[in-house]
Design a protein around this ligand. Structure first.
Ligand code: NAD
Length: 498
């Protein structure tokens, strides 16, 4: 049994192992701590308790920060092989346990088994990638403008990094923040989203057992308004990397400026998928269905605006309705399910509120939008498609974060590009077309951080930069080699050698 990890509390009927509810503690300074817990429920089956999790307070957040601060000098100077070994081991264990971890992820978050396992594999790939990066960090050696002087440019760890993550990618987002932070020699205080502590705990347990020295990685589960806020208020965090909503992101930014610390924000999206008359209809519908509805539409990269030109509009809408009618919405753990439940009651209410707003605004609810009954009590919603939407409507401007997409009809490519760019966000965008001219023009002129041609707006590689523009993102990109920008700081050293 993992040290202090899977203590198991017995459920009321107390019979079999499967009836036992795991109790997961926080990890502070190498010790598993915490008693008071909160229980998490499976969104596919509200009678299924996933686990009980320690709920840390502000004091635990401060202890975790102190532990990370104490651990920094030695970890940042540790040999590269020590960091490489931990990251490799973590990658190997996640890969070996991908089915089990992916299933637990699907159970706690509601994405399908295929999506849960896929996300788990992604986490393993990220640890593998950054294991390699520990051995590839480089600097520059330049002649100075002054005779006899040499200039060295090197990168050093930033210090104690606070990691605050959302619920929609419970293992991939923690992985793509924790892996580079460790690879470049930083120490960490990690505060996961309240709705998905199991995946967060699992990744920390794996890294802890992989041999991280005490204090290097600290886990404080608990409320954002308590644990997260205590992190923002601490003068001892050197950097904060945050993924979540725009509202919380603004708080992170304000507090970080107050403390003059480095910060990075990845936030919402209202991503357009442009479909032109010359698109391959089957490709366009595949892209739209995947981009708008997979992972129950709960992706920052979801294609929530489908910007469609006149000549293909009606065929596209008919084909979308046909495909939507065939999608299997159900229990995330059922292998036949294609769309899992919404994550919780409050997100479900938000989705339904926006569906009502869309109708009031005059858009036509062409498909779905109603709650569904399934064998188990869960947050099931029929994916919704609005037509006759305009780009000025709230449903086109505000992030809904559910299985809801709007078709916005436009006359031609120029109008499509203008509509696509007319948004406060700028995370991803996509175009379905067989025209090289339009594809090339769109790639150059789309105001988004990531642009897709004949691909869904969601679904990205793990070895290249991830991030957006405008209201979607702030600071250096995440993932791939570009991650070094955030997790290191540059030093320029001059030496006079005569
Ligand atoms: P959220 O902002 O509610 O929560 C994110 C995290 O912030 C959670 O861990 C939460 O506990 C914490 N938090 C809340 N209040 C805090 C406070 N006062 N101080 C410090 N931390 C606090 O977001 P969410 O609902 O978990 O996630 C959904 C959002 O995340 C969507 O807007 C989505 O677009 C965005 N997202 C963006 C990306 C991206 O890369 N751009 C990726 C995934 C999700």
């Amino acid at each position: 049994m993992a040290a202090g990890g899977p203590d198991r509390r017995q459920s009321k009927d107390d019979k079999e192992d499967s009836d036992m509810i795991p109790f997961r503690k926080n990890l502070i300074d190498g010790e598993w701590v915490g008693d008071a817990g909160s229980r998490n429920i499976n969104p596919s089956n509200l009678d299924d308790v996933v686990g009980e999790y320690a709920s840390g307070g502000a004091e635990q957040a401060r202890q975790a920060i102190a532990a990370a601060k104490a651990a920094f000098p030695s970890w940042s100077r540790s040999g590269l092989l020590a960091r490489h070994a931990v990251l490799r081991k973590a990658s190997d264990e996640i890969t070996a346990r991908k089915d089990e971890i992916g299933r637990a992820l699907a159970r706690e978050e509601g994405k399908t088994l295929v999506e849960g396992i896929g996300e788990t594999v992604r986490a393993a790939q990220i640890f593998d990638f950054f294991a390699g990066e520990t051995l590839r960090l480089s600097g520059e050696l330049l002649p100075s403008v002054r005779p006899g002087v040499g200039v060295e440019i090197t990168r050093e760890a930033v210090g104690v990094v606070g990691i605050i993550t959302p619920w929609n990618f419970p293992i991939a987002i923690p992985a793509w923040k924790i892996a580079p932070a460790l690879a470049y020699g930083n120490t960490i205080v990690f505060k996961p989203a309240e709705l998905v502590p199991e995946s967060a705990w699992t990744i920390v347990d794996i890294l802890h057992r992989a041999g991280l020295p005490k204090g290097v990685l600290n886990l404080v589960m608990g409320k954002g308004s308590v644990v997260g806020q205590a992190m923002l208020d601490s003068p001892d965090l050197d950097a904060i990397t945050f993924t979540g909503s725009v509202g919380t992101g603004k708080r992170v930014a304000a507090a970080s400026v107050e403390h003059m610390r480095k910060f990075q924000l990845e936030m919402g999206g209202k991503n357009p998928l442009v479909v032109l008359d010359d698109a391959d209809l089957a490709v366009a519908v595949d892209c739209a269905i995947n981009g708008a509805y997979f992972s129950t539409g709960q992706r920052c990269t979801a294609s929530s605006r489908l910007v469609v030109t006149d000549g293909i509009h009606d065929r596209f809408v008919d084909a979308m309705k046909d495909r939507l009618g065939k999608l299997v919405v159900g229990d995330a753990l059922d292998t036949k399910t294609q769309i899992g439940p919404v994550v919780d009651q409050s997100q479900l209410k938000q989705d339904e509120d926006y569906i009502a707003i869309g109708r009031q605004e005059g858009a036509d609810l062409a498909f779905g939008g109603e709650r569904l009954d399934r064998e188990t009590r869960g947050f099931y919603l029929q994916p919704a498609l609005f037509t006759q939407a305009t780009n000025a409507m709230r449903i086109s401007r505000e992030e809904i974060f559910g299985p809801v997409a709007n078709v916005i009809r436009v006359k031609d490519y120029d109008e499509a590009l203008a509509v696509a760019n007319d948004t406060p966000f700028g995370l991803t965008s996509g175009i379905c077309t067989s025209s090289l001219k339009h594809a090339t023009h769109f790639k150059r002129n789309s105001e988004a951080g990531m642009v897709m041609v004949n691909l869904p707006t969601a679904g990205v590689d793990f070895h290249v930069p991830f991030g957006g523009r405008k209201g979607s993102s702030y600071g250096p990109r995440e993932q791939g080699r570009y991650a070094a920008e955030f997790y290191t700081t540059v030093k320029t050293a001059y030496t006079f050698a005569g």
